[in-house]
Design a protein around this ligand. Sequence first.
Ligand SMILES: NC(=O)c1ccc[n+]([C@@H]2O[C@H](COP(=O)([O-])OP(=O)(O)OC[C@H]3O[C@@H](n4cnc5c(N)ncnc54)[C@H](OP(=O)(O)O)[C@@H]3O)[C@@H](O)[C@H]2O)c1
Length: 287
Amino acid sequence: MRHILITGVSSGIGYACLKYFIEQGCHVFGSVRKAEDATRLSETFGVNYTPLLFDVTDSEAIRSAVQTVKAELGEGENLFGVVVNAGIQIPGPILYLTREEMRYQFEVNVFGGLEVIQCFVPLLRETHLNKPGRIVHVGSTSATITLPFTSFYSAAKSAMHSLCDTLRRELMVYSIDVVDIYVGPVNNDLVAKVAPYKERYKDTDYYSAISMRLDGALKKNIPNGLLPEAVAAAIFGSLTSPNPKHRYALNKDWFNTWFLPTMLPHRLLDRIIAKKWKMRPTDFGKK
Ligand SMILES: NC(=O)c1ccc[n+]([C@@H]2O[C@H](COP(=O)([O-])OP(=O)(O)OC[C@H]3O[C@@H](n4cnc5c(N)ncnc54)[C@H](OP(=O)(O)O)[C@@H]3O)[C@@H](O)[C@H]2O)c1
């Protein structure tokens, strides 16, 4: 039996992974933050799912979850994989983000994910029955194509991409591989969750641009985005492939949302972005 740990299975990509992995015959340890999510998912998935109740910012709760997993794994068993998926985004112009908001995005997306890895690596190590398990980080294309108003989310994902490279090299001593997936826009609730943040900027020069960006993502990116089920299948592929790449970019409109922006000169891309969201001085009546 393959045992896989996934963080953040209450919704979106994490939920899709939980469902898909169980359909592939795995047993999943999935973290949630609310007891009602644990009950709901246990009722749906039965014995193939073990809920773990922890917030990735809570070191003690993560360590207690390690004990739960350890107790449930049979003699000689290990974790086949750890999927670092839990993540959040707090959009807003850098000029107005509070220090707590900047810090919290790193707490969840970077330090939380890393502490989960630190704590669960011992359970990924080779046993007399099984080969070492693998780590997959659910990253984002916004680590590379950084757009206005998602600064600290992009920075946190970018930091994780760098840290995944280091981890992959350091964990070679245990033959534990680390795969990083750059996920493009997904057709799920994440953007709907963040859209209301724009109202905070009603009285600033950024209101129109942030409204266009967040509403535009809701109207366009999300319906045209990747299906969470497709992302789950790709994550499963990266966990099970005998020769995975160190990094994958998953994008539906690969040419326009990945190839083109990464190939264009930065200054040209700046001008395209400013024009798209009306952020040029001329849009404010200045020459
Ligand atoms: N949606 C996209 O377009 C997109 C694109 C690229 C990458 N991603 C990445 O994919 C991952 C999953 O996002 P999603 O789109 O599936 O969004 P989502 O539906 O909002 O799922 C986020 C998950 O993370 C959990 N979570 C949030 N804060 C947490 C914390 N402090 N501790 C533990 N769990 C926490 C949430 O639990 P609660 O229900 O308790 O809040 C939820 O289960 C994220 O890392 C995100 O950055 C998403």
